[in-house]
Design a protein around this ligand. Sequence first.
Ligand code: FAD
Length: 236
Amino acid sequence: MLPQIEDMQNLYDYAGYTLHVCMICDGFDMWDQKAVLIAGTESQINAAFVLNWFTPYISVLTHGLCTVGDEMRQKLADYGYPLYESPIDRLLGEDHKLSGFLLKDGTQVEATTGLINMGSIYHNHYLKGIEGLEWDGENLVTNDMAQTSHSRIFALGDLKKGVNQVSIAVADGTLAATQIWRNIRRASPPRKWEENISPKNLENAVKILKLQPLLVKISEPGLSTPGRGRVALRAN
Ligand SMILES: Cc1cc2nc3c(=O)[nH]c(=O)nc-3n(C[C@H](O)[C@H](O)[C@H](O)COP(=O)(O)OP(=O)(O)OC[C@H]3O[C@@H](n4cnc5c(N)ncnc54)[C@H](O)[C@@H]3O)c2cc1C
């Protein structure tokens, strides 16, 4: 989710360029830069204490969306991260390169990059009525082959519990397609090359029936094993 400001185009000019939504994807681009963390709830502010692996120069913006308790205020102060609670008026910069934020109360916050951590909207409502699906929050739980607890439903990528990355979603697709094929294959009868095996099978069956009494006879004591083979061949 993005913060809603009056001029959304102003936000789109920077989102995906120097203003990011995924710390794992783009954290390294923020290395040692002055960064804002935009959070919509108090708990989302905790991302600051992970983002600081990439840069310690973090300012936290709540865009006026939440109240921040004393404990969190103290923690931010202990880390030296300023907290700004006024709504964002507009983003500053040019050519998609951020230079800061102007807040509604007139404050300017200097920043060349930023992370929006305001949660996600999950388009999963169409699955909510299906029985037998195991959920972890808004994500579906799957096994190693991307299969959910429902035998005919597989979940991939951001929909399933796990890491939200393109490569993971692609790999999930491979796993799911493989398992779906395995399930179909196991339920299907084996396909034989009938033209090759039908007459010969019949012939072999006749031979085995004919040889049965002879094989019993030659297995009696006194006859050596190699002899048995030869007798069988001659009878053939
Ligand atoms: C801004 C941004 C930057 C990112 N940067 C990176 C990055 O640098 N590297 C990286 O690895 N990952 C990145 N990610 C994460 C990555 O994009 C996702 O993890 C990945 O796209 C998940 O793939 P997916 O197939 O599960 O979902 P999606 O790519 O979201 O595809 C789901 C598709 O289903 C469609 N859809 C939804 N509901 C329905 C419906 N009911 N009927 C029909 N169609 C429907 C949607 O329109 C969409 O096209 C980024 C994500 C965002 C938002």
